[in-house]
Structures are given as C-alpha cells and as structure tokens.
Design a protein around this ligand. Structure first.
Ligand code: NAD
Length: 317
C-alpha cells in the first residue's frame, strides 16, 4: 500500500536514492533539505532532478531546525518520517563540533517535535556505525557500553537517546538504523571511494590515513534503501535499534586493489599519519536486522564498486 512520507535530507546521497525508490513504488514524498554547504549544491540538485519530475514529490528547501516554518508549510496526514538530514562525516566534525551538535541534535529534536505535532507515529532515524567506536567486533546492538570517539558519533548516540525518550513519552515509534559505510551512485564527495576514483580519472593525489589496514563494512546504497523500506513496516516495539551493514569488513588496501583491477590502472598512494577519532574497523552483526526486518544485503563489494564506477564515469567526468 502506498504511503505519505516525509524524508529529510532527501537531496543527499542516501536520501535521493531512497526518494527515487519510494517514488517508484507509488509513495508520496515530502522532502525537506536546505542544500547544506558541506558539499556542492550542484551535485545535490542533480540528485533530485528525476524526483522533481514526479507529481508525487514535493521539495521544501528549508532548514530542519525551523520547526515552526515547516509546521506551517507541511499539511495533511503522514505515515512516517525518515530523518536523514545531518552534517555527515567524521573528520569535519572533529574540527567543527558545535555545528554538528546544532544540526544533528537540535535538528533531530525539531523534526521529532514536528512528528508529534503532526501525529506521525513512525519515525526512522539515520544513525551510524561510528557510535560503536572501538567496541568489540562484530558490532552488536545489545552492546550498550558505547563510547563514541568523535563528535559526529556523539551526536548520533545522543539523538538515539532523545528518540528513545520521545518514544516513551508520546505515541511515536522510533527506529534507529545504524548505517555502515554506505557507497554507490551519488556517493558523497568526501568519502574514500570518490577520492580513489578522482585519483584514477583526474590524476588527483590519493592521500590515505595510515597504511591501508583499516577496515570498513561497506554497504551498497540499494541494500540500505531496502533496509529503510523494511523499517517502514516494522511495528512490533516502540523503540528499536538495528545495524544495517553487510557483515563483511574490507580493508582499504583491498578496496584500492578492486579499483585498480576494475580500471586497469595502478594508483600512486601517499600514506599519511592516521588521525585520532576514527575506528580501526567497523563490522556489523546484522542478525537482528535479518531476523526482525528481513534485511539482506544483495550486492557484493566487487559489483557495488563496478556500479559506482559506471555512475562516476557518467556523472563526474
Ligand atoms: N553515507 C554513509 O556512509 C553514512 C553512514 C552512517 C550514517 N549516515 C547517515 O545517513 C544520513 C545521510 O547521509 P548521506 O551520506 O546521504 O549524507 P548527505 O550529506 O549526502 O545527505 C544529508 C543531506 O542532509 C541535508 N541537510 C544537512 N543539514 C540540513 C539542515 N540543517 N536542514 C535540512 N537539510 C539538511 C544536506 O543538504 C544533505 O542533502 C546522515 O544522517 C548520515 O549521518 C551515512
């Protein structure tokens, strides 16, 4: 059955892929995004080009923190809010912790308030694997001694706690999805695969932090989108946290090898000192999401990188 859904951050990497998918299934989307300056306005405009042609897509260019304005603009009944808008990126948060607190925590509160005011019962929140910090692997939702090691991760953990309080106080189901290193078409330019592609096709120097031994549980964007869609139908409990990850960490050095194999090019790498605030490894235990949501990753890393490169060559050169 088609739904009416508010998506925040819908002009971004994951959000725009999500909106296109939900629209293709006949849902109606009200998208809130202010084209935040973390990266190029033009990229985000291109991300929603297709969606804007769809009569079921309404775009609101507004800051998520402006609850009063949003409340006046948005009307009618909604089945869910999917809250993706945020300042993303770990490294930038280490230099700019205050703006992360403002957008990621205050902004989330503002959207929670909006949901309460509009009687929206299903709230899906984009959390992050980074909240696990250096927890034992594979990362498990039952592990509660969480010690995030950077401001970005702190804002995500705090938002989950605030979401839990709202779910206890109001008629609101808060589902937190902890995404693991998402990649694919429309990838954020600050992420490593974009830097690798730039180095291959634009001769940009590839600087990597450390010796390439850090590992990430890279998860293809279409799999994340399907996971979010599954969470829309989850109604069993009022608060829940799910890992959405592939369950197979891959070292950065292996990612570079896959790019080299796909493009038949050898990369020149400049290794620089690793920075504090980044985990050595991320690794999702995805048993809970598999059992309770029916979440299953369908794209392996080789195919995912192939698809990403096809998109990159068509849109970034
Ligand atoms: N990409 C990943 O690997 C990853 C991993 C874990 C969690 N996440 C989370 O998923 C969500 C989406 O990430 P993404 O990679 O697509 O990032 P993105 O930066 O591409 O998308 C975020 C969108 O939010 C918008 N936005 C930012 N501040 C806003 C504000 N104040 N008001 C309205 N809109 C605002 C931006 O303009 C952007 O379009 C984020 O919450 C991020 O923290 C992403």
């Amino acid at each position: 059955m088609s739904k009416r859904i508010i998506v925040t951050g819908g002009a971004g990497f994951i959000g725009s892929n999500l909106c296109d998918y939900l629209l293709s299934k006949g849902n109606e989307i009200v998208c809130i995004d202010n084209f935040d300056d973390y990266y190029s306005f033009t990229l985000k405009q291109n991300n929603i080009k297709q969606a804007l042609k769809n009569p079921n897509f309404t775009f609101i260019n507004e800051d998520i923190k402006n609850k009063n304005k949003l409340s006046k603009i948005i009307d009618g009944e909604f089945d869910a809010v999917i809250h993706l808008a945020a300042k993303a990126g770990v490294r930038y948060s280490i230099k700019n912790p205050i703006v992360y607190e403002e957008i990621n925590v205050q902004g989330t509160k503002s959207i929670l308030e909006l949901a309460i005011q509009k009687n929206i019962e299903q709230f899906i929140f984009a959390s992050s694997s980074s909240i696990y910090g250096n927890a034992p692997t594979p990362f498990d939702e039952n592990f509660t001694d969480l010690k995030p090691i950077n401001p970005y991760a702190q804002t995500k953990l705090l938002s989950e706690q605030i979401g839990k309080e709202y779910s206890e106080k109001y008629n609101l189901r808060f589902i937190s999805l902890r995404f693991f290193s998402v990649y694919g078409p429309r990838l954020r330019p600050d992420l490593v695969m974009n830097k690798i592609a730039n180095s291959i096709y634009k001769n940009e120097k590839l600087r990597i932090f450390g010796d390439g031994s850090t590992a990430r549980d890279y998860t293809y964007v279409d799999d994340i989108v399907l996971g979010i869609d599954k969470a829309l139908n989850y109604k069993n409990t009022k608060f829940e946290v799910f890992n959405l990850g592939n369950g197979k960490p891959v070292k950065l050095s292996e990612i570079i090898q896959i790019f080299e194999k796909e493009t038949n090019k050898k990369l020149k790498i400049n290794n620089i000192e690793p920075i504090n605030g980044e985990s050595e490894i991320t690794w999702a235990n995805n048993k809970k999401a598999s059992e309770l949501l029916g979440f299953k990753c369908q794209t392996d890393i080789e195919h995912g990188i192939k698809n990403y490169l096809t998109w990159y060559k068509n849109h970034c050169l």
